[in-house]
Design a protein around this ligand. Sequence first.
Ligand code: BES
Ligand code: ZN
Ligand code: ZN
Length: 507
Amino acid sequence: MIETITLAASDVTGSEDVVIVPLFKSAGRLRGSLLRLDQTCASAISNCLSESRFTPDSGETLLIALQIEGAPKHLVLLGLGDRSAQNPHGIMRAAGNAAQLVKKRRFKRCHLLVSEAPAKMSPAEFVYAIVKGCMLALYTFEQKASKETSASVQSLAILSPWPEKSLLHAVEKARTVAGCVARVRDMVNMPGNEMTPAEMGRAAAALAEERSIHCRVLRGAEIKKLKMGAVIDVSKGSAQEPRFIIVQYNRSKQRLPLVCLIGKGVTFDSGGISIKPWEHMEEMKGDMAGGAVVINTIAAAARLRIPLRIVGLVPCVENMPGHTALKPGDIVTTHSGKTIEILSTDAEGRLILADALSFARTFDPSLIVDFATLTGACVIALGKRIAGVMGNDRRFVELIIEAGRTAGEPLWQLPLGEEFSERIKGDIADYKNYSGRDGSTMTAAALLEAFAGGVPWVHVDIAGPYWSDGSGGSYLPKGGTGFGVDCALRFLETLARDKRARKLLKK
Ligand code: BES
Ligand code: ZN
Ligand code: ZN
């Protein structure tokens, strides 16, 4: 990705190799630094606009080579569409296009001249989205023997009319978040034979050490001792021993409110005995995306010094068939003592999350938030770009939806209630893990709700957006997306810093 990103409140000097120039549609006459750049470039920009060689539709790019004394050698005109319509997703996608073009043409150092922010975004939000979009569009993941020595963009200098001080934080935050998103993508993209439960434990421990976060990784025997029957039983069919990751940030700061984040960490979900069809089964190497989001969000929260106590819990298992595997009809005794009858071994996420949820309550948190690639039905309902959100406290659900909106990670609320909690009641056990395809995103969430046991809880089903088929634009290449990190961080920041939100967290 990009090594150095700098800010300057200045004009283009003419010594630049390439300058990216974002332009809004029907902006009228060029003004300020844009006008001055156009003048030094012998009206190259205004000519392209007036001759309609470049209509600044969102994401459109045009590379121009110049040979003019005192002007940059190249310009990349970048369309941003309607100034009033732009949102974080559009900006990230457009900025990503420009970054990929600059990389493809092998420019090492590039400049970007911004003069105006979209109508509905502050300059800081605008710059944040530009930096994040550029960085994430340059993300790649490959494990080929022949490493293509593709040149990468080394530096980005942002020239803007706004005081440097007001943007510094945005740039730093965008870098931190993009770095954490990239790590989630790496973990999701790593094949299941490498990103095993043990490896997730090692990755969490390594990251925690780097950020001075407290981390414990429980192994099979300790998990058994804690009576987490679901984690043990789901991993019975696999040669991979389970792990239970516990990361704690601000652990000793008892006076700060405590938020618990839980992430589903199924490092490969074959479905178990209720085995899945083969098509797209490889995407189930990313069934630990929720866990990766939790680990990396806490790493980012630590870097940004968010004033909260945060506990992260990630049950890690591999769900496999085999002669020792969990079977339909089996009954699992969870950490809480409650039993669940297995109807489908493919509904494994809710089982391990049930253990994690009741274990979370032993920390006495003010709020529990879980991220999980939980149900295929959520993808059917909301598609591949939007996550489902459910919870037992409307106010927290509203706050996280708002956080997702500003992050460009949309969340849509789905219902919970008696209709669904009735359906998860067991015939011979306390609960059952499946009760039909209809509404199965909600019945899965209803089971989690039962194990949250009245503690304020929000559940984010990321089964759709954890993975990209490559059609989402430049900053969302095929594979893991890292969806959830930015939303979770903004949500935590709101809880920590917004007076009204903070009040919702009981001490
Ligand atoms: N990991 C899957 C859900 C999933 C599906 C995530 C597609 C991402 C993309 C989960 O464990 C699962 O298999 N769910 C089943 C449950 C069903 C058997 C009740 C599903 O939703 O189909
Ligand atoms: Zn499954
Ligand atoms: Zn799963």
